[in-house]
Design a protein around this ligand. Structure first.
Ligand SMILES: Cc1cc2nc3c(=O)[nH]c(=O)nc-3n(C[C@H](O)[C@H](O)[C@H](O)COP(=O)(O)O)c2cc1C
Length: 186
């Protein structure tokens, strides 16, 4: 797909099914992710690719985390968390490995992972797959790292639900640029 057309038509379908990208396609997609802007080339982004039985593992982690860490969690909520990972055949967990650096604060390192995530979404779209970015209660919580078997310098910043879009295509709204863009030219 032509590059600008790819950017202008990217969207986040809620219904995602198989087929998934092949592992060869995913290698190219991760290379695209790692071309994200990255202050001081700290290489902060990590991706955990979850498919098959891995989705059950993620589901168990969500339930365990909710039981241990959320106050007054209800059985309905636990059922929702248990089912959450099965909304797509692949989930890419977006993780930032935060380094101490005199000029690059943690927020910049997390923003680098965010731009890597958008590169993934664009690369998926270019290959006729799609992704939906989700966060919720299982992101931006310092306690998550240990549930994912990660050291405490890792921050889970979100999840890309990945697959082939199904259902009717989303109508993309045309936005009025005057509300978003200001020009300073004198
Ligand atoms: C950091 C971030 C977190 C998000 N978290 C959620 C979420 O938890 N649940 C949700 O329904 N949408 C979430 N979204 C929004 C969707 O990924 C998507 O962008 C939105 O539905 C608009 O659709 P579009 O991308 O097709 O324009 C999040 C987006 C971003 C950038």
């Amino acid at each position: 797909m032509e590059a600008m057309q790819n950017i202008l038509t990217r969207n986040s379908p809620r219904e995602l099914t198989e087929p998934l990208p092949s592992s060869k396609e995913m290698q190219e997609i991760y290379q695209a992710a790692l071309r994200a802007p990255d202050h001081a080339w700290l290489r902060p982004s990590r991706f955990i690719e979850v498919t098959g039985k891995g989705l059950e593992k993620l589901s168990k982690i969500f339930v365990e985390f909710a039981k241990n860490e959320f106050k007054d969690v209800t059985s309905d909520q636990l059922e929702k968390y248990k089912a959450a990972p099965f909304r797509a055949p692949m989930i890419i967990i977006l993780v930032t490995k935060v380094s101490e650096h005199p000029k690059v604060p943690k927020i910049e390192q997390m923003l680098s992972t965010a731009t890597a995530a958008e590169n993934i979404l664009l690369a998926l779209h270019a290959k006729n797959y799609a992704g939906m970015w989700r966060t919720g209660k299982f992101a931006f919580n310092k306690k998550l790292a240990k549930y994912f078997n990660l050291t405490s310098d890792h921050e889970v910043i979100g999840y890309l639900y990945v697959g082939t879009p199904s259902g009717s295509a989303k109508k993309i709204p045309k936005l009025d640029l005057d509300k978003f863009v200001t020009h300073w030219n004198e």
